[in-house]
Design a protein around this ligand. Structure first.
Ligand code: UDP
Ligand code: MG
Length: 321
């Protein structure tokens, strides 16, 4: 990476995108040329089985601003973005899908915000065109569910289309977790964040590379990476079940003592079931609490992230300790 200098790095993940790569390159190039500043486009070929790799190589040979990273197999969209960021040399790194659903022209608005001093500028979808009703509704519900479950403020209707500053990229590289949900990690990092609204267009050509199975795994990664609530929830449910067992027990004891009511055998069975199941659920939630702590340690995220440092110059010389 030494010797390469540029202001902007545009990271484009590609998986079987032979139908869109040329158009995508053309549109991104037009936009980036209009900035009149040095830039690079990093294509990350995520183990495509069509002609994407050859086509990307052709572009790379012709244009000195284009670089290519090619995976040995399909490692997934999030891995592709991560690789692109690792190899990027720009002061601002932009991630954009190859299929032109994220209009490259929006990059200019992102750059404007970056120059105003924002460290993260994410694209927020105000409308989604040309996607199925199922995709729209599930996405809408999912983003809201994630926001409600997560302790980190993950904005809704936001994908990976965004610009991040060099310092955010460097901080992101220090997060070692494997099941990466990059958009969540960037929210977790903090820094000065803002959004630009855009209309998410129809795919330029080809079809989605996120079939239902991949989408479900991705959604699960998002929730499990940013929320412990599914692990701890059982304690509350357990408490309700446990308490209702005791209340029911009190009711049948009172009825037995003060009325002529003959307590049926199943009532005692119901009380035993409620109390024991309640206890099991409470212990499940308790175990969940411990597991969430182990999981936290395993993720190896830093305890805090620094934005700036001042007055520590002496320490860096080694003269102050
Ligand atoms: N992609 C990838 N690896 C994958 C799946 C997708 O690199 O395993 C890329 C794909 O080429 C595109 C971007 O990720 O540039 C988003 O994928 P897609 O447009 O298919 O997802 P959708 O917009 O339908 O959610
Ligand atoms: Mg797409």
């Amino acid at each position: 990476m030494k010797g390469r200098k540029c202001i902007y790095s545009v990271v484009v993940p590609l998986y079987n995108e032979e139908l869109v790569i040329n158009e995508s390159y053309k549109r991104i190039k037009e936009v980036m040329d209009s900035t009149s500043e040095p830039y690079e486009i990093i294509f990350v070929n995520d183990g495509s089985r069509d002609r994407t790799s050859e086509m990307a190589k052709e572009i790379c040979k012709k244009d000195k601003n284009v670089r290519l990273l090619s995976f040995s197999r399909n490692f997934g969209h999030q891995a592709a973005i991560t690789a692109g960021m690792e190899y990027a040399c720009g002061q601002a790194i932009i991630v954009i899908d190859a299929d032109l659903q994220d209009p490259p022209e929006v990059i200019l608005e992102m750059i404007k915000k970056w120059k105003e001093g924002f460290d993260v500028v994410y694209g927020q979808r105000s409308e989604r065109q040309g996607e199925s009703f199922f995709k729209k509704i599930t996405a809408k519900i999912y983003y809201r569910l994630l926001k409600c479950l997560s302790d980190v403020d993950i904005p809704v209707d936001v994908g990976d289309f965004r610009l991040i500053d060099r310092k955010v990229c460097d901080a992101l590289k220090k997060l070692p977790e494997k099941n990466r949900y990059v958009r969540g990690l960037i929210s977790w990092l903090g820094f000065k964040q803002t959004s630009v609204k855009f209309v998410r267009k129809e795919r330029y050509a080809g079809e989605t590379k996120y079939p239902l199975k991949k989408m479900l795994k991705f959604a699960f990664d998002g929730i499990t990476s940013f929320s412990y609530k599914p692990l701890k929830l059982w304690t509350y449910l357990g408490l309700i079940v446990f308490m209702s067992g005791f209340i029911y027990l009190a009711v049948i004891v009172c009825r037995k003592l003060f009325t002529s009511y003959a307590v049926p055998g199943w009532a005692i069975v119901a009380v035993i079931i409620l109390i024991t199941n309640g206890a099991v659920l409470i212990s499940l939630g308790t175990v969940g609490g411990y597991i969430s702590r182990i999981y936290d340690e395993a993720k190896g995220r830093p305890l805090y992230v620094l934005d700036e440092k001042m007055g520590f110059e002496e320490d860096e010389d080694g003269s102050n300790g």
